[in-house]
Design a protein around this ligand. Structure first.
Ligand code: ADP
Ligand code: MG
Length: 630
């Protein structure tokens, strides 16, 4: 009886992770178009950095890229032989030792899965190379070791969650079973012995045709089914014929990872699309669980594909996922989602993807770069200024961000983020939509804000002339950006609350020092803010902070911590519970958090869109006073 070998490899007992390789196919925008409008020779949107890293333009901001790290990155010039040598060949000897292995090609339709797995007669893919290598290894075995080897094959397709035998195309949906040794079996599946590569080829080629001729809409079907070739190597000990070891090698050309419901595949039934997504979605979850290393349940049973691959993924199995991606802009969404599913971490890099693919550079920007000694040494502050400019430039028709910001693409990207963040909070989803689509609106608000700010400054000057008391400063600074009827009485009311909290006696020296130090810190942080956030004059800054000096340092610090906690953990509702935070700002804060993580200090709030230092000061005052007043 064939036995699955125990979970061990050279004595180490640990579950194998799935190695993830990414292969970028060559740019073929023009050939691919065949007159279609979707690629205007815009160049690639993704590129390799080295043998493990690649970057893709950030859809949120054309002046940033998103960088991904993988086990291996195969650039567009990588040959089939190079992919084979680095990603497939090393796992094959295990199959002759009774262990299981799997190689699968993942990615959107058109990105090169079939090319990678099957290839062509000029450029044979992983399947012919792996089978050839298996025979090579078998023939190379030392006779004196006393084992006889037999090689067999099965070939099946999972289409619409049905298991179909490609070597016997008339068969119906086959069941998947597990024996007592946890080997996965498919009763009724044709399994034929093959004696050489030529023998394999003779059976494989017509069987592949079975796959495609089984459907009238053959292209659609082949991109929506998983083609699975099983090569089984059984070795039997000559002296003890009952001792057998079986190693299985699965070579899988997966269905396209694009969302068929949204990529215009006409006539596709919802059930069919859902089934494909279920298998791929489950495969992602399985790979994720295996690679996370945690002892979580691996959801093999949730789809036919993962059930079938159960004994060849994880455990003692050796698996590699070759993630295929295409460089053209029309694949942007699919590439982005494919990379996000394949990689467990990504890094936003603060630099444009390429000068050509981002909007036209303003003259001033070029000069700044020159002054800073070239793009590689542009200081952070200047970069931020450039980003702002590029964001505005993104409205230029020459920009690729323009095409990415089409509502449908935006919706899909937002939905992808929602999925990735397992975001159950409806508010957050709306917020993401909001962030993506309301840049223009924010720009308008900024203009209005500037207008009001200059009015406020004027009022502030007048107040300074009339009185130097802190209360007067408080009153003028409290003036909202959009005055409403009854504002003055409101301000007076707040002032009445503040009065009893004023510390009449002199504060201990060390507390005063602490307060002063804090003010300096705030000013320093202010200096690091992007240019568009204006710094108020020193005098005014001191006046803005004057109210703080009226408070006990401990209480002040406690209130600051409380506010920071709400900023970092609060829901939209809780954020709106803060003074001066409305629906829009709450969502912008959530958006900032989703992208950048936590606010390390309260001053980080100034990095949120629309939050100037002045607004921040006003926000702090209102919230601290309100917290203390409770
Ligand atoms: P998929 O199976 O993912 O839908 P294909 O393998 O059919 O994609 O590839 C789409 C097209 O791109 C085919 O014409 C294929 O020959 C070509 N192609 C894919 N990858 C490469 C590559 N690495 N080098 C050259 N051509 C490629
Ligand atoms: Mg294909």
């Amino acid at each position: 009886m064939a036995q699955r070998v125990a979970v061990s490899d050279n004595g180490s007992k640990k579950a194998s992770r799935v190695r993830v390789a990414v292969r970028l196919r060559p740019y073929m925008g023009k050939q691919d178009d065949k007159g279609k409008q979707d690629d205007k020779g815009e160049g690639p949107c993704v590129r390799g950095l080295d043998s493990q890293n690649l970057e893709i333009i950030n859809w949120r901001n054309a002046t940033e890229t998103v960088k991904y790290h993988f086990d291996v990155f195969h650039g567009e010039n990588t040959t089939q032989q190079e992919v084979f040598l680095s990603s497939v060949k090393p796992i094959l000897p295990h199959v002759l030792r009774g262990q299981n292995a799997s190689v699968f090609a993942y990615g959107p339709t058109g990105a090169g899965k079939t090319h990678t797995m099957m290839g062509s007669s000029e450029q044979p893919g992983m399947i012919p190379r792996a089978v050839g290598e298996i025979f090579h290894l078998v023939n190379d075995q030392d006779e004196n070791e006393g084992w006889d080897y037999t090689v067999g094959m099965s070939y099946l397709e999972i289409y619409n969650e049905k298991v179909l035998d490609l070597l016997s195309p008339s068969s119906l949906d086959l069941p998947i079973r597990q024996d007592k040794d946890k080997n996965i079996l498919i009763p009724g599946l044709t399994h034929t012995t093959i004696s050489s590569f030529a023998d394999f080829d003779r059976q494989f080629v017509p069987a592949s045709l079975n796959r495609t001729t089984a459907s009238t809409k053959l292209n659609q079907r082949s991109s929506r089914s998983h083609a699975i070739l099983l090569i089984k190597v059984v070795r039997t000990q000559r002296a003890l014929a009952t001792r057998q070891q079986t190693g299985k090698l699965y070579l899988v050309d997966l269905a396209g990872s694009e969302d068929n419901r949204r990529t215009g595949n006409q006539g596709i039934r919802l059930k069919e699309s859902g089934a494909i997504n279920l298998s791929l979605f489950t495969l992602n979850k399985v790979v994720d669980s295996l690679n996370s290393g945690a002892s979580v349940r691996v959801p093999y049973r949730d789809s036919k594909l993962t059930r079938l691959l159960q004994d060849s993924l994880g455990g003692s199995a050796h698996s590699v996922m070759i993630t295929n991606i295409a460089p053209e802009y029309k694949y942007y969404f699919d590439t982005f989602s494919t990379l996000n599913f394949a990689a467990k971490s990504k890094l936003i890099v603060n630099k444009p993807f390429t000068c050509e693919t981002v909007a036209v550079q303003p003259v001033k920007r070029a000069r700044e770069e020159h002054e800073a000694g070239g793009s590689g040494t542009v200081p952070h502050k200047k970069k931020q200024r450039e980003e702002k400019k590029a964001e505005q430039d993104a409205s230029s028709p020459s920009s690729h961000v323009y095409s990415l910001s089409e509502p449908s693409v935006m919706d899909r990207l937002v939905a992808l983020e929602k999925l990735m963040m397992s975001c159950q909070d409806k508010d957050s989803v709306n917020m993401l939509k909001h962030v993506a689509q309301s840049r223009k609106e924010i720009q308008e608000l900024k203009e209005k804000q500037k207008e009001f700010e200059s009015k406020t400054m004027l009022l502030s000057q007048l107040a300074k002339e009339n009185s130097t008391r802190p209360e007067a400063a408080f009153r003028t600074n409290e003036a909202p950006l959009q005055p409403k009827p009854g504002t003055v009485s409101k301000v007076n009311k707040k002032q009445a609350v503040v009065q009893p909290l004023q510390v009449s006696q002199l504060q201990p020296l060390n507390q005063l020092a602490a307060i002063r130090k804090q003010s300096v810190c705030i000013k320093k942080a202010g200096k690091m803010l992007p240019d568009h956030m204006e710094l108020p004059g020193d005098k005014e800054n001191i006046m803005l902070k004057a109210w703080e000096s009226q408070l006990d340092v401990c209480i002040l610090e406690q209130s600051r911590q409380k506010i920071l906690q709400i900023l970092n953990a609060g829901s939209v509702k809780e954020l709106k519970g803060l003074q001066q935070i409305g629906d829009k700002k709450a969502k912008l804060i959530l958006g900032w958090r989703e992208i950048h993580g936590v606010f390390h200090k309260l001053e980080d709030l100034c990095k949120v869109e629309g939050m100037t230092e002045k607004r921040f000061s006003s926000f702090m005052k209102a919230n601290i006073l309100s917290a203390i007043g409770k």
